[in-house]
Design a binder for this molecule. Structure first.
Ligand code: FEO
Length: 394
């Protein structure tokens, strides 16, 4: 594919990775991804904003060849993670005059991760600018989107924000701009859930910080650009500021149908009381879908059989994941079954210290559930529905 001009002298020179299906050896990518890189030409200097994953370095270099780029003065590293920084060594090798521009913290990380020589860096403070001649880059420190060293780059004259991962989406597409808002909303929400949600409160501050900037275009380093920026800014506002909704997320495993029967009963009991439930069989769950569901949920119910005296390992994994993602949950509980004993509840509870939740009564059943157990599940459904109502979760 050819590089594409966004504005006079500003080009998209990144790579679309249609076939990648896993990120960080953890995150499913059902729709692939892209590593966006932007070339900014100006009257005196040329800058490259972010590079690409090292597996796609040849694509970036080919674009620079096609555009006949003989000089790059600045390589702007908004973020040190290798899907954006991994081709910096190749770029500064080819362009020996190029300086890597980043936050002081990012400099240390790039030296550690990519062994870049210290004399290749220029570090910039918050709101510092670099003139390219008739264009000016402003650097906005925005830590924890999603590493501690992250910054955003703002092209002052054209009002373009280059936020790297912030506002991004794992979506491979030939479209330069968002064309299907529904599809991008889903991809961006998944992306937020998987890597941004743990830093929700810091993101609130970062959103406040960019409020004063006129932004005509958001050009992230994953997924299509937003020529209607308010779409993604509003979406982020709803994810980071809104109260949880009247939703229960119910990840579970069942080995011999006892827990499955309890899950089915509880889902029905909650639905009858007007509570939305999102049920996930962890043997087949896309963890991105589970993470997305946790953004809005008020309550998580973990369903587990007892295996070797503890929770099923897949349920323990879901608990560890939820604990790491730190969703805005308010309530949690555990349901499930056991054959002769064990301490699944204690072990699972110990895995979720980051969740600031009220623990609701658990329902643990020996063997297959009986009438009294269904009654206990009805009581649990009533408790959850009442808690949601009392808190105004709708
Ligand atoms: Fe897309 Fe945090 O790297």
């Amino acid at each position: 594919m050819e590089s594409r001009q966004i504005k006079r002298g500003i080009y998209s020179v990144g790579a679309v990775d249609w076939d990648r299906r896993l990120f960080d050896s953890l995150i499913p990518l059902p729709d692939g991804t892209s590593y966006n890189s932007y070339l900014i030409g100006a009257s005196q200097k040329t800058a490259l904003i972010d590079t690409v994953d090292p597996t796609m370095e040849h694509v970036l270099l080919q674009y620079l060849d096609e555009l006949d780029v003989s000089t790059i003065d600045y390589v702007i590293a908004n973020h040190a993670e290798q899907d954006h920084s991994g081709s910096i060594p190749g770029i500064i090798d080819r362009y020996p005059e190029a300086k890597v521009v980043c936050t002081p913290r990012c400099k240390g990380m790039l030296i550690d991760l990519l062994l870049i020589s210290e004399d290749r860096f220029i570090t910039v403070g918050d709101k510092e600018t670099i003139s390219l001649g008739d264009r000016t880059l402003e650097f906005i420190h925005a830590p924890w989107v999603h590493w501690p060293e992250t910054m955003l780059t703002y092209l002052q004259e054209e009002h373009i924000l280059f936020p790297c991962d912030f506002f991004g989406s794992h979506l491979a597409t030939t479209d330069l701009y968002v064309t299907d808002e529904g599809q991008v909303y889903e991809a961006a929400k998944r992306y937020y859930a998987e890597i941004m949600m743990p830093f929700r409160t810091v993101i609130q501050k970062n959103l406040e910080k960019i409020r004063g900037y006129k932004i005509d275009l958001i050009a992230p380093s994953h997924g299509p650009m937003y020529d209607k920026p308010q779409f993604i800014i509003d979406a982020y506002h709803s994810w980071v500021f809104c109260e949880p909704r009247n939703i229960v997320v119910l990840p579970y495993i069942s080995m011999h149908h006892s827990t499955r029967r309890m899950v089915a009963y509880l889902v029905g009991a909650l639905a009858r009381r007007g509570v939305t439930v999102k049920q996930f069989d962890l043997t087949v769950t896309d963890i991105g879908k589970l993470a997305m569901a946790l953004i809005d949920a008020a309550t998580v119910v973990l369903g587990t059989p007892t295996v070797l005296a503890g929770p099923h390992p897949n349920v323990a994994y879901a608990a560890v994941l939820a604990n790491a993602l730190r969703p805005n949950l308010k309530f949690a509980t555990i349901i499930g079954s056991y054959g002769w004993g064990g301490n699944a509840v204690e072990q699972l509870t110990a895995l979720i210290p980051n969740l600031k939740v009220e623990l609701l009564p658990t329902v643990l059943v020996r063997g297959f559930p009986r009438e009294a157990d269904f009654k206990a599940l009805d009581n649990l459904a009533e408790t959850i529905a009442s808690k949601h109502r009392e808190n105004g979760f709708v």
